[in-house]
Design a protein around this ligand. Sequence first.
Ligand SMILES: Cc1ncc(COP(=O)(O)O)c(C=O)c1O
Length: 481
Amino acid sequence: MAAATSYSIQPKSISAQITHLQHQSNSQSSVTSLSFSSQLEPVSIKSLSAARQLHLQRVGAVVRAEVNSGAMEVDISLSPRVNSVKPSKTVAITDQATALVQAGVPVIRLAAGEPDFDTPAAIAEAGANAIREGYTRYTPNAGTLELRSAICHKLKEENGISYTPDQILVSNGAKQSIVQAVLAVCSPGDEVIIPAPFWVSYPEMARLADATPVIIPTSISDNFLLDPKVLESKLTEKSRLLILCSPSNPTGSVYPRKLLEEIAEIVARHPRLLVMSDEIYEHIIYAPATHTSFASLPGMWDRTLTVNGFSKAFAMTGWRLGYIAGPKHFVAACGKIQSQTTSGASSISQKGGVAALGLGYAGGEAVSVMVKAFRERRDFLVKSFGELDGVKISEPQGAFYLFLDFSSYYGSKIDGFGVIDGSESLCRYLLDEAQVALVPGDAFGDDTCIRISYAASLATLKAAVEKIKGALLSLKPAVLA
Ligand SMILES: Cc1ncc(COP(=O)(O)O)c(C=O)c1O
């Protein structure tokens, strides 16, 4: 039978023997079993060694499969590019907390970066109408002209930056906009400058592009804002992309215009350096803080890629809609990647996007109601944690996160748990003891802190604070010990 060829591997007959070989370039003989390998013996790598010569950096793995004609080996190694990327910790913790809730554990989930509000009714209605009216086909790769024109209008009116529709690329979420831009502008070995604390995906996206993330730490005493002198000292001829995020995830910091101007002066002295300005939390900002678009600063338009989206301000995370605006040359390159991967964003979501931008300046009343609620929650949390010994706070000016320095609690030893030796173990302890899910700061490049998302009702936050305070009672901050 034709099916009895060497390619017809029966899943059942795969002998579950998986051998994980360390980097071939380091040692061809180092063999370790993956955790899901069961009782079977390691497979010889000899028969695959010739092919491997071509891929010395690859992490090799072999599975023995039984086919009708006998045993064969299948190379199941993954690309070094993928192996160099860490999975998102925020997604992992959110999934873990969800699994606990599903198992009946009453976990309070403050880990996710997603507004707890419903999408405003006018947007939802536009999406529903799109379906009813059969607006359900592919759109142009770059997004509908209707939506791109509305985005141009928004960027002009709200941000003071002029673009034409061919300088806009709509994608399936801002995450896609960002990774495409990194892939489009970075060459292998280029440096991507990322101030820490950073959104978890930036360094991994740089790695996906074979570029090197260069992390610049900031300090809570400077409200986690980048020091221009430190930036200048880190720039080299390899520096290709500086990523700025304001308002910031995870700190809620907002870059004042004056500081952005100083950064722009430095950027202007480096002809190879581009800037990606992630402005996705733009509307979630607390007066007197104001938002400045980096591309609006003198001389910066030509080298800035402005990223924005609908997920946060319009509570549209599941609609998957974001965009990038920039010089046509770069935006077209991003569009080329998109055309060969996902194609355009959902036609239904794009109708929702048009409705969102039609809500009025900065999202009008529908968005300001949410921002008001976020502000109330921020004020409550800042006050509550301000009363706690040994916690350092930088009051967030935007977004819906609080990034608290709990490092004075590190070193505490808990019976039956062990030592709290960093943000990860503190979050594990708080999940165990207080049943509150938070994200360790080390996921964002700062192990002294943990991130609390206040995309939850005030009542939920009050309960969480009580539980966290209760759990921390057993720990003593070093300052008081
Ligand atoms: C700073 C930042 N940028 C971009 C994104 C991506 O948003 P989306 O892909 O939902 O549009 C997020 C989402 O968490 C974010 O926090």
